[in-house]
Design a protein around this ligand. Structure first.
Ligand code: HEC
Ligand code: HEC
Length: 155
């Protein structure tokens, strides 16, 4: 009995290490105050590891036309936020594709990881948009996206 138990346990660990590795894009501790102030009023402060360096550059260069809103900031703040985002951007090849429309939600890994979410689920009142990570990933603000930390709103 004991031997079997250990065997199963190590099997589980084996599987979960790879998914935990993929599911953590931690919010760096050194986020400038301006990031929270300027980039977290309309949606969550997205952890920088969710986009590549080039994607952040593209997004930060077009803030006056930001998904139908004006999210511009002064030049100094823009430089401060951009530099910090770039420093902490995704580097692993799998995640570093340039994002179509500067959207995390249009990158192939995002689409692949969410292929089991039915189209009507994204539109539920408690979710509204795939960009609303925190609606389902309860620890999204900390950059934790593992499957143990998901609760999908029923409506
Ligand atoms: C005035 C409101 C507002 C501000 C301020 C704002 N955003 Fe946004 N942002 C939006 C809207 C609206 C969307 C589109 C959301 C959706 O599709 O549901 C968006 C989407 C995004 C996305 C893409 C999400 C996806 O679909 O993958 C990123 C990345 C992003 N914002 C980063 C930033 C950064 C960085 C800042 C600060 C410089 C910022 N935002 C400030 C309104 C804002
Ligand atoms: C409708 C709820 C929902 C929303 C909104 C959502 N996700 Fe997910 N996410 C899921 C589900 C369900 C999975 C698949 C979990 C599984 O079975 O591995 C997943 C998987 C993931 C994974 C892979 C986790 C792993 O273990 O490999 C990442 C990373 C992720 N989501 C990031 C995001 C980000 C970033 C956002 C916002 C831009 C977001 N998600 C928005 C439901 C959601």
């Amino acid at each position: 009995m004991k031997i079997h138990h250990t065997f199963y346990l190590s099997l589980c660990l084996c599987f979960s290490t790879s998914s935990i590795f993929a599911a953590k894009m931690p919010m760096p501790a050194d986020a400038p105050a301006s990031y929270e102030a300027e980039c977290a009023s309309c949606h969550m402060a997205y952890p920088p590891g969710l986009l590549s360096e080039q994607s952040w550059k593209n997004l930060m260069a077009s803030l006056s036309k930001h998904f139908g809103t004006d999210a511009s900031v002064d030049a100094q703040t823009r430089a401060e936020i951009t530099n910090w985002l770039i420093k902490n951007a995704a580097t692993r090849q799998k995640y570093s594709e340039t994002a179509p429309e500067n959207r995390i939600t249009k990158i192939s890994w995002f689409i692949r990881k969410h292929d089991e979410v039915r189209p009507d689920v994204w539109k539920r009142a408690g979710i509204k948009s795939p960009a609303n990570c925190g609606a389902c990933h309860i620890d999204a603000a900390k950059g934790i996206f593992s499957e143990n930390n998901i609760r999908i709103p029923a409506k």
